[in-house]
Write a protein that binds this ligand. Structure first.
Ligand SMILES: [Cu+2]
Length: 281
């Protein structure tokens, strides 16, 4: 009975997820970076790595669904065909070499099929050979610092207190900061991560970027964002009491606008509030 219930639960959950994946593939979300109500799937991907992750995730979802359905079918066969009433004299079979070879080899083959795209993706996001610029991210308890070594800019980005959040302006609770990260569109950006105190993790789901910022160590990845807009993320490594109050906001702008912002920020040694930049657009 328990097997039957478990089977049904896995059937319902896997089909629901597969349906959501299929349904969302064709739809366009209004804000690319922001989760919408009742959303079941990942955020709309806007970088090559995010696209690869999205596709890999969908492939795995289908594989999980098919495997769960197969196991469910076996369970149902056992339940209905081999119960005491239908099959009063049980078989005494203890071994079947063919079946044992199949159930050993088949999972190995499935795992190898999963491993190939998985490793390809891991090596793809590892680093870029032709970075056009670098941004360094430093995690602190509890805010992020950013350094643009090429542009000689550095600043801290601190969460906006809840009382200052203006939802009428489209601001989101727990997700707004005083200074936004600004990066150019269609540019290979090398991302370096480190931390001053404990381990943090810089995450922007739409970019497919999630990497630990570790004290005493530099972690590297890269990104190339193909769509201008505002993207949100959060620290994703439990780093202390205010872990949930160190959000990330990235504004992806045209290359010209980025240059303008960088020049202004460098001259003034005071980063212009990005909200001003956004309203000037
Ligand atoms: Cu954290």
């Amino acid at each position: 009975m328990t097997g039957k219930i478990l089977g049904f639960i896995s059937l319902i959950s896997t089909t629901l997820f597969a349906w959501a994946a299929a349904a969302q593939e064709g739809t366009q979300m209004p804000t690319p970076s922001f989760p919408k109500e009742w959303q079941l799937n990942l955020q709309t991907p806007v970088s090559p790595m995010a696209h690869m992750m999205y596709d890999f995730h969908t492939e795995l979802l289908w594989m999980c669904t098919l495997i769960s359905l197969f196991v469910l079918a076996l369970l149902l066969i056992c339940i209905f065909r081999y119960n005491e009433k239908a099959n009063p004299v049980p078989s005494k079979t203890a071994h079947n070499t063919t079946i044992e070879v199949i159930w050993t080899v088949l999972p190995i083959v499935i795992l190898v099929i999963i491993a190939i795209p998985s490793y390809r993706l891991l090596y793809f996001i590892d680093r870029t050979n032709d970075a056009e610029m670098t941004m360094k991210v430093i995690g602190n308890q509890w805010f992020w610092s950013y350094e643009y070594p090429d542009q000689e800019i550095s600043f801290d980005s601190i969460a906006k207190p809840e009382a200052e959040i203006d939802t009428a302006k489209g601001e989101h609770r727990l997700l707004e900061v005083d200074r936004h990260v600004v990066l150019p569109v269609d540019t290979n950006i090398r991302l370096l991560f480190t931390a001053n105190d404990v381990i943090h993790a810089w995450t922007i789901p739409a970019f497919g970027v999630k990497l630990d910022a570790m004290p005493g160590r530099i972690n590297e990845t890269w990104v190339r964002v193909e769509k201008e807009g505002r993207y949100y993320g959060q620290c994703s490594e439990l780093c202390g009491v205010d872990h949930s109050f160190m959000p990330i906001v990235v504004d992806i702008v045209s290359k010209e606008k980025f240059k303008e912002w960088a020049d202004k920020s460098k001259q003034s040694a005071q980063i212009p509030a990005t909200t001003q930049l956004a309203s000037a657009q």
